[in-house]
Every structure is written in structure tokens, then in C-alpha cells.
Design a protein around this ligand. Structure first.
Ligand SMILES: Cc1cc2nc3c(=O)[nH]c(=O)nc-3n(C[C@H](O)[C@H](O)[C@H](O)COP(=O)(O)O)c2cc1C
Length: 171
């Protein structure tokens, strides 16, 4: 299966990047083709709702920014993993922007499964991000493979690695 991981933290060696890398290693070991896209430092503008994509653009977005490199990855993705730090009780803006810019294609055409990896400082701060993620999975009618969260004392631990590996086994 083609697996696309969107890693939304701008911190290259942070906790979200660690979870994403552990997922990648486990999924590759299971035989999947995995692309890890770090979007945390990318320039991805929000959707302008200009409807260019649904008219003259014929499916292409009018904005020529870093999102252009992601469209071919979404076109091939059969599983999508959103990996994000919790920022103000939801996913990082870069992850949200990348998802919202899919308005031009409505849904990644080959997508069948999704999974979510979240990193936070505090416990019990996941409802916003998980609700958003599940709403998108429902809207696209794809299977929710599951969610792994890691608060401060769970970051980069063997226990969290085991949860990530177990989730990777479900894609
Ligand atoms: C802008 C910003 C907003 C944050 N908001 C929250 C929050 O609402 N709840 C929380 O528990 N942690 C919050 N944090 C902390 C991060 O979620 C936490 O440190 C996370 O592990 C960072 O992931 P990273 O190491 O992959 O960058 C915030 C951090 C930043 C920079």
C-alpha cells in the first residue's frame, strides 16, 4: 500500500517527527511504500475559496506554493497518516492547510485508510484534533485505523513506540 505521512511539526527532531519516523519504519518493515512529508516548515496557504479549481483550473489550485509538491503524493496515497503536535487544542495549522487545499480534488482518489499521531504537552487535550480527524475520515468514507497520542511523559518512550508499531500494523 502507498502510505503518505504528513508530519506537521516544524521541529525536525521533535516528538511528532519521532512518532512519524517510528510509524514509517514499522510500515516499511510490513512491506508498504511510505512517503514522509514534513509540512511543518512548508509554505502552504489556506484555501482561498476562489473556485478556480472547480472552473478554469480544471482540478488544479490557483496557488503555486509548496502544496504543489504534495498533490502528486495525495494522488497516489492509499493510506494517509496525519502526525501533528497539538497546537491550541487542535492540529498544527500546516496540517490543516494541506488538508483544506484538497478542496480542488475533493478526496485523494485512492485513499482507503487514515491514522492519527498526536504529540502534546498536557493530557486530555485531544478532542479537537481527534474530532477533526474523524470528521475528515467520515467525509471521505475511509477507514479510521486508529489514533496514538503522546503527552510529555509518553514522548519517545518504548510504550509509545509499541502503540505506533501496533497502529502501523493496521494500515
Ligand atoms: C503554538 C503552540 C501551541 C501549543 N498548544 C498546546 C496545547 O493546546 N496543548 C498542549 O498540551 N500542548 C500544546 N503545545 C505543546 C506541544 O503540543 C508539545 O510540546 C508537542 O510535544 C510538540 O511537538 P513536537 O516536539 O513534535 O514539536 C503547544 C505548542 C506550541 C508551539
Amino acid at each position: 500500500m502507498n502510505v503518505l505521512i504528513l508530519q506537521g511539526s516544524p521541529r525536525a527532531n521533535g516528538n511528532t517527527a519521532w512518532m512519524a519516523e517510528e510509524f514509517k519504519k514499522a510500515a516499511e518493515a510490513a512491506g508498504h511504500r511510505v512517503t514522509l512529508a514534513d509540512v511543518g516548515r512548508k509554505k502552504i496557504g489556506g484555501c482561498l475559496a476562489c473556485e478556480y479549481c472547480h472552473g478554469k483550473g480544471n482540478g488544479a489550485c490557483v496557488q503555486k506554493d509548496d502544496m504543489q509538491a504534495l498533490y502528486p503524493l495525495f494522488a497516489e496515497a492509499e493510506a494517509l497518516v496525519l502526525a501533528s503536535p497539538v497546537y491550541y487544542f487542535t492540529m498544527a495549522a500546516q496540517v490543516q492547510a494541506a488538508i483544506q487545499r484538497l478542496y480542488c480534488i475533493q478526496k485523494p482518489p485512492k485513499l482507503r485508510k487514515m491514522a492519527l499521531l498526536l504529540s502534546s504537552y498536557s493530557p486530555d487535550v485531544y478532542d479537537g484534533a481527534v474530532g477533526e480527524y474523524r470528521g475528515i475520515a467520515d467525509y471521505w468514507e475511509v477507514e479510521d485505523a486508529g489514533v496514538v497520542t503522546a503527552k510529555l511523559d509518553e514522548q519517545k518512550t518504548d510504550a509509545t513506540r509499541a502503540k505506533v508499531v501496533a497502529l502501523a500494523a493496521k494500515v
